[in-house]
Design a protein around this ligand. Structure first.
Ligand SMILES: Nc1ncnc2c1ncn2[C@@H]1O[C@H](COP(=O)(O)OP(=O)(O)OP(=O)(O)O)[C@@H](O)[C@H]1O
Ligand SMILES: CC(C)(CO)[C@@H](O)C(=O)NCCC(=O)O
Length: 407
């Protein structure tokens, strides 16, 4: 079932999975730009079996729900589309029934992000749902740890157009730097499960790219702005070292003639107006400026704490080759190859996944999620799709096969 179109940035849902399968356990991450949803649907064959897996909490032999985690997103500005979506899927109703609550009893859905506070009354009014607030940083870290530990082929490196999946050694995961690039950027040093510190952040993030880009190019959607950047040439807008040094490198300080000396610097001398620049060149320059800046600040924070691995997440990335490449090159350049930039397939859903995992933490009624197991690499998943003009370049946010162990 297609909900909205590309301009609405709404994830489509395969009809057979969403309308027929039993859906439960919804969690939300309501950010400054986007609302992210994670929900579990039981496989249509019933999918409730006795566990044959040894579960660490001693739940061996308990009921197991076989199914999938699904992902969807909406623009925060179109929160009513999200509310309609939840209503259409009857997520609330099944969630409440599962939790053994009658229609009049309190129905709590886990939610994180600033919107869990800002829109609490709206959810109560429109859906009768209470948003159970989970801390945003806690949720980001829980989501990242879950993805890195339990989901096969989740992390990858991106360099010179080459995407390479990284094998994560579970014994050697910590410490790492998590850089979440949403509207703004949070940098979190993660030392273990639930052990972390937000060490830095920057207000020059995804919201800056989309906001400034929209004003400068008149683009109507984020994907359109991203698509433009594919075709642009930043050298028309940026002032390069060679522009300043008469075409030569500045070897002594390690700067080649093609390095950007000043983003948007050409615009000061060109005697041109905004209309004289191609929107695609502006988009590319802006994307490069922001990605480069985030890459550099991330590296400096990794250096500060001696961290070798930096995982980048957040929907600014959108699995976009040029963005990831710019960030990876910045980290590589500044660290002289010492630190590594890594990316995640479910980049934008860390917070929502973390909120989802928190059902377990709070021992929600009798439907306690004890453990989630990724059962297949889901490289050729038949799950959710993201539609966009640069589809081949965008991350696919595949659904994740998993089991939920009940108490
Ligand atoms: N379809 C889209 N519509 C709007 N922005 C998009 C879209 N796809 C990607 N983006 C980018 O992703 C950013 C939002 O990322 P994300 O959802 O991770 O953060 P957020 O939770 O909204 O922000 P914050 O955590 O700062 O509150 C936007 O600012 C924009 O740069
Ligand atoms: C304010 C949050 C945490 C909201 O998600 C995010 O947008 C952010 O980390 N902004 C950067 C703020 C700063 O550290 O300058």
């Amino acid at each position: 079932m297609e909900i909205g179109n590309l301009e609405n940035h709404v994830q489509s849902e395969p009809m057979e999975e969403s309308s027929q399968a039993q859906i439960s356990h919804l969690a939300l991450d309501i950010g400054g730009s986007l609302i992210k949803l994670v929900y579990f649907s039981q496989n249509s064959d019933g999918g409730c079996s006795k566990s044959s897996v040894q579960v660490s909490n001693g739940n061996e032999g308990g009921p197991v729900l076989q199914g999938k985690l699904h992902f969807a997103k909406f623009e925060t500005a179109k929160i009513h589309d999200c509310i309609d979506f939840i209503q259409s899927k009857q997520l609330r109703v099944t969630g409440c029934q599962h939790n053994g609550a009658s229609a009049n009893e309190k129905c709590v859905i886990k939610a994180t992000g600033g919107g869990a506070y800002k829109f609490a009354d709206l959810f109560k009014e429109k859906l009768g749902i209470c948003l159970g607030k989970e801390d945003e940083m806690d949720s980001l870290v829980a989501g990242a740890n879950f993805l890195l530990k339990s989901v096969h082929n989740e992390a990858f490196t991106y360099m010179d157009g080459q995407k390479e999946f990284a094998q994560i050694d579970q014994e050697d995961l910590y410490p790492y730097l998590l850089v979440n690039i949403g509207s703004g950027v949070s940098m979190i040093k993660v030392d273990g499960p639930g052990k972390f510190e937000r060490v830095s952040g920057t207000n020059v993030g995804g919201g800056t790219f989309w906001g400034l880009g929209r004003l400068l190019t008149k683009c109507k959607s984020f994907d359109e702005l991203l698509e433009l950047s594919h075709r642009g040439n930043n050298r028309v807008v940026d002032m390069l070292v060679g522009d300043i040094y008469g075409g030569t490198d500045y070897k002594k300080i390690g700067l080649s003639s093609t390095a950007i000396a000043s983003s948007f610097g050409k615009a000061i001398s060109d005697n041109k107006e905004l209309e004289d620049y191609k929107p695609e060149d502006i988009s590319r320059s802006l994307l490069r400026m922001i990605s480069n800046n985030i890459g550099q600040i991330s590296y400096l924070n990794a250096l500060r704490f001696g961290l070798k691995r930096i995982f980048f997440a957040g929907f600014f990335l959108r699995g976009h080759a040029y963005t990831m490449d710019t960030i990876a090159v910045a980290v590589h350049f500044w660290s002289k190859g010492e630190a590594k930039a890594m990316f995640l397939r479910h980049e934008g859903f860390l917070g929502a996944l973390g909120a989802f995992m928190s059902y377990e933490k709070h021992g929600f009624d009798n439907l306690m999620v004890h453990q989630l197991v990724q059962q297949s690499p889901s490289a050729s998943h038949g799950g959710d799709k993201t539609h966009g003009p640069a589809d081949s370049e965008l991350n696919d946010n595949p659904s994740i096969n998993c089991s939920i162990y009940l108490s």
